[in-house]
Design a protein around this ligand. Structure first.
Ligand SMILES: *Cc1c(COP(=O)(O)O)cnc(C)c1O
Length: 445
């Protein structure tokens, strides 16, 4: 195992990691994974409390997904989607259009979330050029948002953390305020929560002021996950979508992190009863097993791309609509409908109860839950216990891993986003270990 780590450090450049941190917390060699658990080379088991970056919906190694992948790879491993088609791509697109909020007509495949965001930005922009609205060139985004790290997606991300190094390269976007709530946000799903806030008023005012220059607004519905699990309320989301569409501004819903049951429903947008013009999916799309992404496109949107060949949307990613990934996606949708979604309400309730147990400490604030996403902010009981600046997340992550749990706090926000079929005893373990980590790192004053 030490050998594998050494070889890793010699040749790999890890994402979202600082080289110096590898000395303190070297990459852990994973040998296998089942359900909510990873098994390391030395036999230790690690509870995957964040679904391996919010991807794994039904736990690792779900037999129906494994079987679907095996069957597909034996028949057709890959073929380009330009000029060819195949059953998995068509069936998955049909299933998505049938299950999504009403009004979608086409599915444009990509291979990662950032690529899906790029596709949606370019679709919106090009449609304006071709429908005689060339002045609509600018995008709006919400503060604290995250839409990926390619340059276009980064430009529309409302967080300086990821953006500031590249600021000179990024297009100018309109940034809009967004409210944030804590508590049982999920009990208010479908309500008007957030609609009458000053942030909603200001966002609506700015949309009106800039309507003629805006081509689209991009929003993560209900939860800004990378933005420290900030929860905006479904009323805010509904009001902003409706106002933007009334003003002729396209709405791009980035459901990459929140779709497929995370908020308790297949699509987060259905809580607000809205139909965004473009809807981005990735992460859980393949069940969290293979890279896959897509954009659902409102019926009729493609009209501006007919006519002269110069009006085509010239955009492609090499592995667009890969058959194996699409087969996994189809299997995942079936599991969601047959098993995972019907069993989700008690899981959501248990996660909420577990969070209440953790929340009794003085070191925990702003406990919040939206569907199967639970988060809270933490601070040390006394200043002397506070990890040095910027080290809070790493310190908590390290302490949790020592106790067999994968947590990856976003600065001082600890969150749980386990596989949606996590069992009762695993949730109990998660709560116990989290409590223990907080007490040992932050104190109990
Ligand atoms: C992860 C994420 C992305 C980017 O997806 P990648 O596959 O990492 O490029 C975009 N938007 C949201 C909301 C995400 O959570």
């Amino acid at each position: 195992m030490a050998d594998l780590i050494e070889r890793d450090l010699a040749v790999l450049w890890h994402p979202a990691s600082h080289f110096a941190d590898h000395e303190r917390l070297p990459p852990l060699p994973v040998a296998s994974a089942r359900g909510s658990w990873l098994t390391l080379h030395d036999g230790r088991k690690i509870l995957d409390a964040i679904s391996s970056w919010w991807t794994s919906l039904h736990g690792h190694g779900h037999p129906a997904i494994v079987k679907a992948i095996q069957r597909q790879v034996e028949r057709l491993d890959h073929v380009m989607l330009a000029g060819f088609t195949h059953e998995p791509a068509v069936e998955l697109a049909e299933a998505l259009v049938n299950l999504a909020p009403p009004g979608y007509g086409k599915v444009f495949y990509a291979d990662c979330g950032s690529a899906a965001v790029e596709v949606s930005l370019k679709l919106s922009f090009q449609s304006r050029q071709q429908r005689g609205q060339p002045r609509r060139q600018r995008f709006a985004t919400l503060r604290n948002s995250y839409h990926g790290e390619t340059l276009g997606a980064l430009a529309v991300s409302g967080s300086d953390l990821y953006r500031k190094t590249f600021a000179p390269l990024l297009m100018d976007v309109l940034e809009l305020p967004v409210p944030r709530f804590s508590g049982h946000v999920h009990e208010a799903l479908g309500s008007d929560l957030g609609a009458d806030t000053s942030e909603a008023d200001e966002t609506v005012r700015l949309l009106n002021e800039h309507a003629e220059e805006l081509t689209a607004i991009i929003i993560e519905p209900l939860v800004q996950c990378a933005g420290k699990m900030a929860m905006m309320g479904s009323g805010f989301y509904r009001r902003v979508v409706n106002e933007a569409q009334r003003l002729g501004i396209h709405v791009i819903a980035d459901e990459i992190a929140v779709a497929f049951g995370r908020t308790g429903r297949l699509f987060a947008s259905t809580w607000a009863d809205v139909q965004p013009d473009l809807l981005c999916l990735s992460k859980g799309l393949s069940g969290g097993v293979l890279p896959l992404a897509c954009v659902l496109v409102r019926r009729g949107f493609e009209a501006d791309f007919h006519g002269d060949p110069s009006r085509s949307f010239l955009h492609s990613h090499t592995f667009t609509g890969n058959p194996i990934a699409c087969a996994a996606g189809l299997a995942s949708l079936r599991i969601l409908q047959d098993e995972t979604l019907p069993n989700l309400p008690p899981v959501i309730a248990r996660l909420g109860e577990a969070a209440q147990a953790v929340a009794r400490r003085s070191t925990v604030r702003a406990v919040r839950q939206c569907g199967a996403i639970v988060a809270f902010d933490v601070a040390a009981a006394t200043p002397s216990l506070m990890p040095s600046a910027g080290r809070m997340s790493l310190t908590l992550r390290e302490a949790a891993l020592q106790r067999g749990v994968l947590l990856r706090p976003l600065h001082d926000t600890v969150y749980w986003m386990p596989p949606l079929n996590v069992d009762t005893s695993t949730i109990a373990t998660l709560a116990e270990v989290t409590s223990d980590v907080l007490d040992s790192v932050l104190g109990t004053a």
